[in-house]
Design a protein around this ligand. Structure first.
Ligand SMILES: Nc1ncnc2c1ncn2[C@@H]1O[C@H](COP(=O)(O)OP(=O)(O)OP(=O)(O)O)[C@@H](O)[C@H]1O
Ligand SMILES: O=P(O)(O)OC[C@H]1O[C@H](OP(=O)(O)OP(=O)(O)O)[C@H](O)[C@@H]1O
Ligand SMILES: [Mg+2]
Length: 281
């Protein structure tokens, strides 16, 4: 049985469960379930706090887990990123009152509030800045208003929380984070983890690409394939009318409409886009 740690709460919980479901695993039906045994797939899911997941994985009590890159690095656990999962994206940044602090060097001698003490202490040390780190559990943005800190370091997604407290980010992002699959440092390419990783990669890829089908005059096939080169190579099939060919290729979802416009201009017709439900590449 492969033991997988899964976020039980917070921003990562629902999208992580969704990804596991799409990858064919059984997930919990109610939020009070703490362990799910999915015998058919040879896995056991342990629902744990996202912050604790790297600790469990690092200690070897579970084989792998899903958590945030920021939480992994903050924990200092003996765990390592096996793959990025493409959801739960955020940046980790310093912020303060406008006009007070504008660069990392200005933090020297001040108080920094954060829930990510390990990450912040390491970043300050790397920049040769000495400051007091005030460890808080959450709602860090309020620390300046309440006079507990001069600067904060926190997760920023839309920036709405910062704005609501009249704060502004400064300096470069400390980190760009997203949900990641993690395994213990130096753990061998265990076949169970490899199957999980391939399945997750299948979901990430299926989300990232669409399948494009179109018909194009035979004389324009090469030009059309230049527009849609696919991953290995596009599929070109005959049509009953010998003057036309059918082409099928995977296209990144983000450029689908631009590619369709180009194909149409070239003379392609019957251009169809289909979602990919799952894949192994
Ligand atoms: N808007 C967001 N707010 C907080 N964390 C986010 C956000 N978007 C992504 N994340 C990621 O979620 C992880 C934090 O999860 P965690 O469950 O500790 O906090 P949370 O989502 O703020 O939930 P809560 O504070 O309600 O427990 C981090 O990896 C963080 O980068
Ligand atoms: O940039 P935004 O889109 O506003 O999102 C970022 C905010 O969301 C999270 O807080 P959460 O609501 O989880 O509260 P917490 O501080 O108690 O964790 C995070 O800690 C930031 O405060
Ligand atoms: Mg939070």
């Amino acid at each position: 049985m492969l033991r997988i740690a899964v976020p039980n709460k917070g921003s990562l919980a629902e999208p992580a469960a969704e990804m596991l479901r799409e990858a064919g695993y059984r997930t919990r039906r109610d939020s009070k379930e703490l362990v799910v045994n999915d015998e058919a797939n040879g896995v056991e899911l342990f629902y744990l706090r996202p912050r604790d997941i790297a600790v469990y994985v690092g200690s070897g009590t579970v084989d792998c887990g899903i958590t945030g890159r920021d939480l992994l690095l903050d924990s200092g656990s003996a765990a390592t990123e096996a793959m990025a999962l493409g959801f739960g994206s955020s940046t980790f940044r310093y912020a303060g009152r406008p006009g007070t602090v504008s660069a990392v060097a200005d933090i020297a001698g001040r108080r920094v509030a954060t829930s990510y003490q390990g990450l912040v202490e390491k970043h300050l040390a790397e920049h040769g800045v000495q400051a007091e780190v005030v460890r808080l559990d959450g709602a860090v943005e309020t620390a300046i208003t309440l006079g507990v800190a001069d600067v904060i370091a926190d997760v920023v997604e839309t920036g709405a929380t910062l704005r609501s407290q009249g704060l502004e980010v400064f300096g470069d992002p400390i980190l760009r984070s997203e949900a990641v699959l993690i395994r213990r440092d130096g753990s061998h390419e265990d076949s169970g983890i490899e199957v999980l990783r391939r399945r997750m990669l299948g979901v990430v890829t299926a989300r990232h690409y669409v399948m494009l089908d179109y018909d194009v005059p035979a004389s324009l096939v090469d030009e059309a394939c230049g527009i849609t080169p696919g991953l290995e190579s596009p599929t070109v099939s005959n049509l009953q009318n010998p003057d036309w060919k059918a082409v099928r290729a995977m296209v990144p979802r983000s450029v689908t409409n631009r590619v369709m416009d180009e194909l149409w201009e070239l003379g392609a017709r019957a251009i169809l886009v289909t979602d990919i439900a799952a894949c192994r590449l």
